[in-house]
Design a protein around this ligand. Sequence first.
Ligand SMILES: [Mg+2]
Length: 448
Amino acid sequence: MALPGRPKVRRVSSHDAQLNALNLRSPTVIVPPQYLMAPSDANETAAAMELARHEIEDDATADSSPLTPPTSTVTDKFAFAFDIDGVLIRGGRPIPEAIEAMQVLNGKNDYGIKIPYIFVTNGGGKTEEERCVQLSKQMDIEISPGQFICGHTPMREMAAKYTTVLVIGGEGEKCRQVAEGYGFKDVVTPGDIIKHDPDTTPFRKLTEEEHQNSRKRDFENTTIEAIFVFADSRDWAGDQQIILDLLMSKGGKLGTRSETFDEGPPIFFSHNDIVWSASHDLTRLGMGALRLSLEAMFKAVTGKDLVTTAYGKPQIGTFEFATRLLKQWRKATHGINEPPETVYFVGDTPESDIRGTNEYNKHTDNRWYSILVETGVYQPGTTPKFTPSATVPNVLDAVLHGIERENQRQQKLKFQQELNTTGGKLQEFALLSPSPNTEKSNPLDAAV
Ligand SMILES: [Mg+2]
């Protein structure tokens, strides 16, 4: 798909998608094989969001204005943001209503409109590209990496600040690859440390594969500048031992111990969810639990409070990033330099999804409307710790709820507008349709 004045977006089959190819910085949409020859209804949003993402990651182009925006059939008035686990996917399988929910967004609704959407997940340990390929396969849908915001997405910016870092979590070498893909120059794993000194973790031995993958290095001359928990730890005991060793070290040197316990490297978590919705009937412990555990152990061992930083939902940075993306998307596709008026955030976890959306809504000019679904962490019939704008059974109901609310909102606006028109010409109000491109052909004119 070629948009005027903007680069071409590649289309790659979800079955052929090679991570190495995706890591190249060229806009890409992941396509189920059956849509390769003829783009699906989801293509327009996927491609446009991908371009917008590339533009915000490159400040220079984000500030420049596109030429006349192309004709779009996608509404710019509102958008959806979805959490993934417990909303679209549970235990690796799509939640049945999720497939139809996506079809509704892509035009199969009473108003014949398409509605833009993005995915905001705390789930980590994979690049945005890998997450995209996985969801494309699971849901059989055309999507782009640009539509994904992961808990660890903001960590990309830390690569310029820290050279040698310890990366925790995920399967095998995955998180090292994610970190290197983010631009971190020297990435250490717990495996490297155990390979160097197996006595580090008395109850954990490396498997043959882990031993082979782990890198040999001279830790006498290594200073670990920061610790990043990219994904859930697969070995709490071993990982916590190594993290505590570093937190209590003199300036991030293994084998040393600070007397004041305030000389260790900083530690960052890609999110703070204490529990999450996996395939088990009951919720499972998540990264937030590891964080609590580490803070408690640090206090018990040193008597001091440990300062930790978490990204992801409900932290405001994640919602700010989503807003920047949606704003750039609207500017490029509709010539309006503002985010959509309403963003419907659909999530299953009150403590991260609902709390984050509600708090962000207090800080922002547009409306962030939280919708809680009953297919994940939240147990129907209980009172959620943070009150959503609406609670519905599943993601399809959430999408229909948002569309109906918009319809009523637009009708109310139209009614008010008619009341306000005193003898003058009645302005035509486009019900739920995209704003006309011709009205604001230069996005800078639209800037407030
Ligand atoms: Mg969830």
